[in-house]
Write a protein that binds this ligand. Structure first.
Ligand code: ATR
Length: 293
């Protein structure tokens, strides 16, 4: 019998593999490319023979039972994606500092005899991605973040924590004014599209979902001729989003969110396996799956 490409809570209730399993859970989850990256990494280690990483479609209503089942049925850990990151944070009391800062969990570790422990590796992934793609170090720099959904919040928290000053733009400005005090941000400021201080900005991050579809517009007008200004899109497919195309046409430096996906995954792999993640192998597997399937 061929194995399904996406598993469900019904499969989980019957799960009985002898080797440790890993998974990403979300809804929808069919598009997730995390299995390619993690299974390529697992294959590098003879002493992890039999370990495997799966995709599970889990709805919000199923999350509490699913977390208990994953912990009980031989999973070493899971990744959580949309829409579970904040709910998991509320359900899991044992949290690493990274999860507390982000007020979200994207990685759970199930160690024998211990309570499930929650982490957020998204902020680490973003910072490592920016360092790799641009050599960008946030301390003392000014960053413009576009978007105030889950992705935008995680970027703002990670960058402020790493010492950047943030200008935060969102189409619905009221969300940003409410989030700044709720997230305890002290060096983050609401800006409107018409009054962005570009000359002070070294990096602009698109964390809006505008750009997922061809024909989407760019959230704010970008300046021209700033070769020192880096433009990063948290979206990685298409590789050249409308935002990045516009940024490149204006002479800015550009990179997409594949590096963040890679490094958040590498950190999760390290948490689960205690191995140094084979980052180059993971990157090659990701690129092949995303751009050359
Ligand atoms: P995610 O969890 O990926 O961040 P989300 O919570 O749905 O996704 O947030 C989507 C973000 O993209 C929001 O900041 C949204 O702006 P609003 O808060 O005003 O809705 C932004 N967004 C979506 N479509 C957009 C568009 N066409 N132009 C500008 N911003 C857009």
């Amino acid at each position: 019998m061929t194995e399904p490409s996406v598993y469900t809570l019904a499969h989980l209730r019957e799960w009985n593999r002898s080797a440790p399993s890993l998974a990403v859970i979300g809804s929808p989850i069919g598009h997730s490319v995390s299995p390619a990256m993690h299974n390529a990494a697992l294959a590098q280690f003879a002493d992890l023979a039999g370990w495997e990483y799966f995709r599970f479609e889990i709805t919000p209503a199923e999350l509490p039972e699913a977390l208990a089942q994953f912990a009980a049925r031989g999973f070493a850990g899971i990744n959580l994606t949309v829409p579970h990151k904040v709910s998991a944070y509320e359900l899991i009391p044992d949290r690493d500092a990274s999860a507390c800062e982000a007020q979200a969990i994207n990685t759970l570790h199930f160690a024998a005899g211990q309570k499930p422990r929650g982490y957020s590796t998204d902020g680490y992934g973003l910072l490592r991605g920016l360092a790799g793609d641009f050599g960008f170090e946030p301390a003392g720099r000014t960053v413009l973040v576009l978007g105030a959904g889950g992705a935008g919040q995680s970027a703002v928290v990670a960058l402020e924590k790493a010492g950047a000053r943030i200008f935060w733009y969102n189409r619905t400005a009221g969300k940003v004014s409410a989030l700044i005090p709720r997230l305890g941000l002290e060096n983050t400021y609401l800006v409107n599209a018409g009054q962005i201080p570009w000359e002070e900005t070294g990096l602009v991050i698109n964390a809006t979902s505008a750009g997922l579809r061809e024909g989407d517009g760019v959230p704010v007008a970008l300046p021209a001729g700033r070769r020192d200004l880096c433009a990063y899109d948290m979206v990685y497919k298409p590789a050249q989003t409308p935002f990045l195309r516009e940024a490149a046409a204006r002479g800015l430096r550009t990179a997409n969110g594949l590096s963040m996906l890679l490094h958040q995954g590498a950190k999760a792999f390290e948490i689960w396996t205690k191995k140094a993640p084979p980052v180059e192998v993971m990157e090659a597997a990701l690129k092949k799956t995303v751009y050359d399937p």
